[in-house]
Write a protein that binds this ligand. Structure first.
Ligand code: GLA
Length: 743
C-alpha cells in the first residue's frame, strides 16, 4: 500500500499522523504523571504545568510552575550546590517541602521537637501514589518514623492546584510540631516581583496593597484565632511591572483556614521567591501523640498570563465550582432584607412583621432578623450564649413571625453568634470554665463578651445542640453566623499543659465540625459568615457558607473601595452588599440610586429602616430590585472586569459579562465632577466582538442627557471605541445592561 502514495502525499500523511498522535497524547495524557527515567512528577492543570522531582540526594525538589509545557524531557532535577559554607545545598536547593534540619535557613515546611530533645528533621522521598487528579508523595525523616504525606490535587478547568500535608507520627512517643505548613510554592528565580495583598481593620476592610518584593521576608498573618480583617490569607505576585490588569504573568494563592494562619513571601539571597503558608507558627506547639496525624489547611494556588484581572476571574470560578457548599449548583443568591440597622436590638414580632410586609412589596426574597431576639439581649452587655427566644419580645416564639414572612413569599433567616458568651448570661453563670482562659488570670472582654473554648468537645456539643434545636423547631432557611471579637488568653487549663496549645487547631476543627454536621442534618440551610464584617472570609469557611458579610461599613463610597478589594480574591457571588440609610459612615449622604447601584455589584440586600422611606423611595427600590433580578446571574456568576478604580480617580467602573457573553452590565460612579470636564469613554472588555448588543439603562432616574443612548452597539465598537458615560455633578451613577441581539 505504501508505494501507492506519492512522496508528497506520504509527507502530508506523515504530518497528519504526527499531529494526530501528539493530539491524542495531549488529550489522553493523565493530568498527573511520574517519569521514571528522570524521577519527575508532572502536574498538568489545564493551561498550567507544575513540575518537581526527586533529586540525587533523594530530596523532593521544585522545578517549574507556569504556563503549559508539554515536553517531559525538558525537565531535570539536579540539586543546587552549596554556594558557600554559609549557604548550604539544603538551603539553596528549592526543596518542595523541607523539614527544619541539616542547615536550612529558609522557611521550613515542618519543624518538630522529639521528646529526647532532638530537633533535626530531614525529609527524604519514600513513595508516591497517583489517583486521577490527585497525587500523594510520602516523605520520611532519614532516621525517625516521622512522615509527611504531601497531597496534591489538580483542577484542570481553572489551573488551580491544591496542596496540603498530613504529618504522621509513627514513633512510639508524642512529638511537638512547632510549625506545620501546607506548601512551599516557588516562582521562577529572579527579581522584579510585585506583591499584592489585602489588609484592613473593622469598617475599613479589603484594602489592596501593591509593593515591590525585595530580599527578605514579608509576613502576612493572623495571630487572632480567626481569619481576621487585618490581613486576608490571599496573595498575588507578578513581575511585569505594569498596572495593566489584563496582561502578564501572575502567581496567586489562598489558604483554606479560618484559624490563625500565616503566609510568608520570601526572596532569598539566591533570588529564589518562595511562598510558604499554613498554620501560624506563633505560639504554635501541636502535640502529636504516638500514631496520630495532623493535616494542614489546604493551600490553593494558580498561575495565569492574563494579568491580575484573569487571576481574580480564575479564583472566582474556582470558588463557585469547587469551594462553595453547593458548587456548580449554587444558583443565585436571594435578595435579602436585614433589620439590624433599622431596629438594632429592639426587635419584636409586630415591628418585624411590619418591616417584612414592606420588604416583600419591594421584591425582597429573604427576611432576616438580626441580633436581639434571644436571651436577655437588650443591648450588647447580655444574652450571648442563651439561644432561647426572648419571650418578652416574641411572646409566642418565632413561629408566628416566620409564618407571616413565608406567607409574604419570602424565606426566613436569623442572626446567631454561637462561639461567644456574655458574662451576664445563664450559660456563663453555669459554665464559667467554658471560655478560653488562663487559670486565675483576668479574662479580657471585648464588646462585653468572651470567647467560648470551642476546642472542648462539650462546648462543641452545646453549640451544635443549641443550633440544631433552633433550626429543627423553627422553619429557618438561613443563619447569619457572626463572630465579633478575636481570641485573648487562649488557655485551656483543663487539659495537661503539653496539650494546651492544640487549642489553636482544635477550635477551628470543631467549628468546621459543627457547620458540617448542621448542614448535613439540615441540607437546605444556608449560612452567611460574618465577623463584625469581613473577619472570616477564607476558602475554609467558604466550603461551609454560601455568602459572607464583607464589612459593617455600608457607606456607598467607601464600599466601592471595599468591594473592589474583596473581588481580587473572592467572587461577587458571595459578596453581600446592602443599601442603607444616609447619612451613613463618614456622615455622607449618597443618593439612593448610587447606593443601589453600588450594592447591585454583589449579592443585593437592603438594610435600611423601611419605615422611614417615602413612597417614592419604596417605588424606586422596587424598580431597582427588578433590574437587579434581570442581571443577577451575570453579576454573581459571570466574569468581572474591574475597569476604573475608586482609589485612583473620580470615577469607578466595573463590568460583568455572562459566561456565554450574551449579557453584560456596566456600573459606573462619579465622585465629583470638576472644571466642567466630561468623562472619557469607558472601554468595555470581554464581549463578543462580532455580536450586537441591545443597550438598556438600569438607572432609577435617568437624567435627560444620559437617556440619549444608542439602542444597539456592536461588541467591537464597545471594546474598541467605548461608551461615553456623561456622568456629572456629585455622586452621579449609572448602570447599563447589554443583551446580545440580532444585528
Ligand atoms: C456585628 C455584625 C452586624 C450586626 C451586629 C449585631 O457587628 O457585623 O452586621 O449583626 O454584629 O450585633
Amino acid at each position: 500500500m505504501k508505494s501507492a502514495f506519492s512522496s508528497a502525499a506520504r509527507l502530508s500523511w506523515g504530518l497528519i499522523l504526527v499531529v494526530l498522535s501528539s493530539l491524542t497524547a495531549a488529550m489522553g495524557q493523565a493530568p498527573i504523571r511520574f517519569v521514571k527515567t528522570s524521577k519527575i512528577f508532572i502536574l498538568d492543570a489545564g493551561k498550567v504545568t507544575y513540575v518537581f522531582g526527586i533529586n540525587e540526594q533523594n530530596i523532593l525538589q521544585h522545578i517549574y510552575w507556569g504556563g503549559h509545557v508539554g515536553r517531559e524531557e525538558d525537565f531535570r532535577t539536579p540539586s543546587t550546590e552549596e554556594w558557600s559554607s554559609f549557604d548550604l545545598s539544603s538551603t539553596t536547593t528549592p526543596q518542595e517541602y523541607p523539614g527544619w534540619g541539616a542547615g536550612l535557613y529558609v522557611e521550613p515546611g515542618v519543624k518538630v521537637t522529639f521528646p529526647d530533645g532532638n530537633r533535626d528533621l530531614v525529609l527524604h522521598y519514600v513513595s508516591h501514589q497517583i489517583a486521577g487528579n490527585t497525587l500523594t508523595v510520602t516523605l520520611k525523616d532519614v532516621q525517625r518514623a516521622l512522615l509527611a504525606h504531601l497531597h496534591y490535587t489538580v483542577y484542570p478547568q481553572t489551573g488551580i492546584l491544591r496542596r496540603e500535608v498530613t504529618i504522621e507520627n509513627r514513633t512510639d512517643k508524642a512529638v511537638v510540631l512547632e510549625s506545620a505548613q501546607s506548601a512551599a510554592w516557588y516562582l521562577p528565580q529572579g527579581d522584579g516581583y510585585r506583591l499584592r495583598y489585602l489588609t484592613g481593620r473593622w469598617a475599613g476592610e479589603w484594602q489592596l496593597t501593591e509593593e515591590p518584593l525585595h530580599t527578605g521576608m514579608k509576613v502576612l498573618e493572623s495571630r487572632r484565632g480567626s481569619t481576621s480583617v487585618q490581613a486576608n490569607p490571599w496573595f498575588a505576585l507578578d513581575r511585569d511591572g505594569n498596572r495593566d490588569s489584563e496582561d502578564g504573568s501572575v502567581w496567586f494563592g489562598a489558604l483554606g483556614w479560618s484559624g490563625s494562619w500565616r503566609i510568608s513571601v520570601e526572596q532569598t539571597a539566591q533570588q529564589q521567591v518562595r511562598v510558604t503558608g499554613g498554620f501560624n507558627p506563633f505560639d504554635f506547639g501541636y502535640r502529636l501523640g504516638a500514631g496520630e496525624s495532623l493535616t494542614t489547611p489546604p493551600f490553593y494556588a494558580g498561575y495565569t498570563d492574563g494579568g491580575i484581572g484573569e487571576a481574580s476571574r480564575i479564583l472566582h470560578a474556582f470558588e463557585r465550582t469547587e469551594i462553595l457548599p453547593r458548587g456548580s449548583g449554587s444558583g443565585t443568591r436571594p435578595v435579602l432584607y436585614n433589620s439590624w440597622y433599622a431596629t438594632g436590638f429592639k426587635v419584636d414580632e409586630a415591628g418585624q412583621k411590619a418591616l417584612a410586609e414592606k420588604a416583600a412589596r419591594m421584591g425582597v426574597e429573604r427576611f432576616v432578623v438580626d441580633d436581639g431576639w434571644f436571651g436577655q439581649r437588650n443591648d450588647d452587655h447580655a444574652g450571648l450564649g442563651d439561644w432561647n427566644v426572648n419571650l418578652q419580645k416574641f411572646p409566642n416564639g418565632l413561629a408566628p413571625l416566620i409564618r407571616h414572612v413565608k406567607d409574604l413569599g419570602m424565606d426566613f433567616g436569623l442572626w446567631v453568634e454561637p462561639e461567644m458568651v456574655n458574662p451576664d448570661s445563664n450559660l456563663y453563670r453555669q459554665h464559667p470554665d467554658w471560655v478560653m482562659h488562663f487559670e486565675g488570670r483576668p479574662r479580657t472582654e471585648a464588646r462585653n463578651q468572651l470567647v467560648l473554648n470551642l476546642a472542648r468537645d462539650d462546648v462543641r456539643d452545646y453549640i451544635f445542640d443549641s443550633l440544631d434545636h433552633l433550626v429543627t423547631v423553627n422553619d429557618i432557611s438561613f443563619l447569619k453566623w457572626d463572630y465579633n471579637r478575636n481570641f485573648s488568653e487562649p488557655g485551656w487549663p483543663e487539659v495537661p499543659p503539653e496539650q494546651q496549645k492544640n487549642l489553636w487547631v482544635r477550635y477551628t476543627q470543631n467549628l468546621y465540625d459543627i457547620l458540617d454536621e448542621l448542614r448535613q442534618k439540615h441540607p437546605r440551610l444556608e449560612i452567611e459568615s460574618c465577623a463584625g464584617g469581613g473577619g472570616r472570609v477564607d476558602l475554609g469557611i467558604l466550603r461551609r457558607a454560601e455568602q459572607v458579610w464583607p464589612s459593617d461599613n455600608t457607606e456607598a463610597l467607601d464600599r466601592l473601595t471595599i468591594q473592589r478589594g474583596f473581588t481580587y480574591a473572592y467572587t461577587p457571588h458571595i459578596m453581600m452588599s446592602w443599601v442603607n440609610d444616609v447619612p451613613d459612615f463618614n456622615r455622607r449622604s449618597a443618593p439612593l440610586q448610587f447606593r443601589f447601584l453600588m450594592a447591585m455589584q454583589g449579592s443585593l440586600g437592603i438594610g435600611a429602616d423601611l419605615n422611614r422611606w417615602q413612597p417614592e423611595d419604596l417605588a424606586e427600590a422596587k424598580r431597582m430590585i427588578g433590574h437587579y433580578k434581570s442581571i443577577r446571574d451575570t453579576v454573581q456568576n459571570g466574569l468581572l472586569y474591574r475597569l476604573a478604580s475608586p482609589g485612583t480617580g473620580n470615577v469607578s467602573a466595573s463590568e460583568y459579562v455572562s459566561e456565554n457573553k450574551s449579557q453584560a452590565v456596566l456600573f459606573a460612579f462619579l465622585h465629583s465632577q470638576q472644571f466642567g470636564r466630561t468623562l472619557p469613554a469607558v472601554v468595555l472588555q470581554g464581549l463578543d466582538g462580532n455580536a450586537t448588543y441591545a443597550l438598556s439603562r438600569l438607572d432609577a432616574k435617568p437624567n435627560e442627557k444620559n437617556s440619549i443612548l444608542p439602542l444597539k452597539l456592536s461588541g467591537a465598537y464597545l471594546m474598541e471605541h467605548g461608551l461615553p458615560l456623561l456622568l456629572e455633578g456629585d455622586y452621579d451613577s449609572t448602570a447599563i445592561k447589554f443583551d446580545r441581539t440580532p444585528p
